[in-house]
Design a protein around this ligand. Structure first.
Ligand code: ZN
Length: 170
C-alpha cells in the first residue's frame, strides 16, 4: 500500500506517547485495522486517508503534497480531519467539536476510528498523564464523536466499550 509507505516515511521520527514509544505508524495501521475489521469499511480513498490522517498535521507534508500524490478524494478527507495547528491547543480542541457535525461520511469514520485507537492505547501503553488528563481526553472525544452525523454501529459500539474500559482503568 503506497499510502502506508508514504506515511511511515513521513512519520519516521515520531513515536507514540506511551512508555514503549511505539513507532507512530503503528497508530495509523491501527486506525486502518479498526475501520476494515470492526467497521467493515472497504472504500480505498477512506483507508488511504486513514493512513495519512495525521501527515499534514504532524509532519512537513502539505495538503498540496497529499493531493499531488493521492488525488482529490484522499486529500479532501485528510484536510477534513486535520486540525488547524495555528490555533492554541484549547481552541483547536473546541474547533474539533464544532467541525465534527460538518464532516463528510468518510471523515466521520476516520475520526471515530482515530479516537478508538488513541483511547485504546491508554489501556495498552498509557502515556505518563495525570488521571484528570486521561478523563479529560475521553470526555472531549465523546463530545467530538457525539457530533458526527454519519454513524457505523460496530464502530459506535467499540468506541463506547473502549471509553467505558478506559474510564474504569483511569
Ligand atoms: Zn491519529
Amino acid at each position: 500500500m503506497v499510502a502506508a509507505d508514504f506515511a511511515a516515511r513521513a512519520h519516521r521520527d515520531h513515536r507514540r506517547k506511551g512508555a514503549h514509544k511505539a513507532p507512530y505508524v503503528n497508530h495509523l495501521i491501527d486506525v486502518c485495522r479498526i475501520l476494515t475489521v470492526t467497521g467493515s469499511v472497504s472504500d480505498p480513498a477512506i483507508l488511504c486517508a486513514a493512513m495519512l490522517h495525521d501527515v499534514v498535521e504532524d509532519t512537513a507534508v502539505t495538503s498540496e503534497g497529499v493531493r499531488a500524490e493521492f488525488g482529490d478524494a484522499v486529500a479532501d478527507l485528510v484536510a477534513e480531519v486535520t486540525d488547524d495547528k495555528s490555533l492554541p491547543k484549547a481552541a483547536r480542541k473546541r474547533a474539533q467539536v464544532a467541525h465534527a457535525a460538518h464532516l463528510s461520511p468518510g471523515a466521520c469514520l476516520i475520526k471515530i476510528a482515530d479516537k478508538i485507537s488513541n483511547i485504546r492505547d491508554f489501556l495498552i501503553d498509557p502515556p505518563p498523564w495525570e488521571t484528570t488528563r486521561y478523563l479529560g481526553y475521553i470526555d472531549w472525544s465523546v463530545q467530538v464523536v457525539s457530533k458526527l452525523s454519519h454513524r457505523n454501529s460496530a464502530l459506535d459500539q467499540l468506541f463506547d466499550d473502549i471509553c467505558l474500559r478506559a474510564r474504569a482503568a483511569a
